[in-house]
Design a protein around this ligand. Sequence first.
Ligand code: ATP
Ligand code: F6P
Length: 457
Amino acid sequence: MSTGSVIRSQEQHKVFVASSDESRICVVMVGLPARGKSLIAGKAMRYLAWVGIPAKVFNVGTYRRSNTPQPQATFFDPHNEEGERMRRAAAEMAVADMINWFHDDTQKGVVAILDATNSTKDRRKWIYERCRDADIETLFVESICDDEDLIMNNILEVKTDSPDYKGQDPELAALDFRKRIRNYEKVYETIDDHEKQYTYVKLINVGSTVIINQIKDYLSSRLVYYIQNLHIKPRSIWLSRHGESEYNLTGKIGGDSNISERGEAYARALPSLLRKSGVPPNTKIVIWTSTLKRTIQTARHLKAETGFEKLEWKALDELDSGVCDGLTYEEIADKYPEDFKARDDDKYNYRYRGGESYRDVVIRLEPIIMELERSENVIIVTHQAVLRCIYSYFLNVPQEKSPWMEVPLHTLIKLTPRAYGTEEKRFKADIPAVSTWRGKGTSAKHQEFPAENEKGA
Ligand code: ATP
Ligand code: F6P
């Protein structure tokens, strides 16, 4: 029976991946340098990995660096024949590796992202034909931006630190990078009506205008929806579990209990903890909770003190533990020993009888992630398993690790998206709470998370 639960869960995974119509897609980034292509590629890959779709970025710049590690702007001049030859060779290597990756049965590749400027019609035609001949769909994603200040900002933010300019004066690097862009501009051709046969999306000025052409399958439409929701306004996302609950005190899982006295103390402390974490003046933050009492009670003082808008989401409710709801881990180990073991063996995929797996939770959280990408500052008060899933999306935690992560009670986690990653800071309230973390192979009620070098899970 217990393994049956696991198998059902894995089958569902197949259904989820198969929802991609079994198509294999090459997402081809298009645009001048410093238009956010690598950032979009990296985020799309993180999103796909999180929903369980095998994806890989092929960055042509990385291939080019193997033959020309630190080129000057003149290398990118279209009249520089040697430069043209080297750049073409790098693109060929990347495309060949990508096609091999799709054909490698051990990888089960579904989405490859070809990260390069792909800025001429000829180059795009060549990629399209190579992919078509290998039975791979193409989705061109062009990022257009004519905001000179933003481009300069991008150069200073990420380009002067690039391996292309390692050890060089940032000001000279920025000047050289501008010249590189000028060289690309000499030959750049935006996607136009003569390329109507391609599936494409054009993002103009960070998605303030979006043009979509010929989206054919479900996976492409999800990807396009995801990409068009991305923005780069500075913001933070705060994550907190509810204050300690009555069920937490007794070691019971699930339920809809009230918060304990200490949980109430955390709820009262939450507004000042949020301030302490650093909130820029006049920042509006939206409060999201689940529909369960313990998160609503935890956010009550925050809402009352700040007057921030508050939304309750069913999708943020705790992982449904089905027939085990209301039991302690010890009772589950006694009553359903095979299930208990099966969960330890594959915690991500194990689905409680009549309940959910972590994989199920990720699927129901997808709209939450889409909405988070569209939003600015948000504080989410939710539950242990749900918080692990949301955190894993931002910090790229692999599926086998995320269900075992420590997310202690009475701790506020502040996530701040940066150009190539997410910065994390934790703020612990000085209010004791039980630990609800459980190590693999134990059914102890209240365990402490082991130090880094003692972790078994
Ligand atoms: P290159 O061709 O040199 O690899 P790129 O287009 O890949 O350049 P990125 O390295 O991704 O550019 O640039 C990241 C910077 O672009 C970040 O500072 C980010 O804030 C900004 N950015 C992200 N999305 C966009 C966008 N749609 N338009 C303009 N800038 C963006
Ligand atoms: O114990 C608190 C709790 O939120 C339970 O309601 C839930 O079942 C559990 O944590 C999820 O954590 P795990 O997946 O580690 O059992």
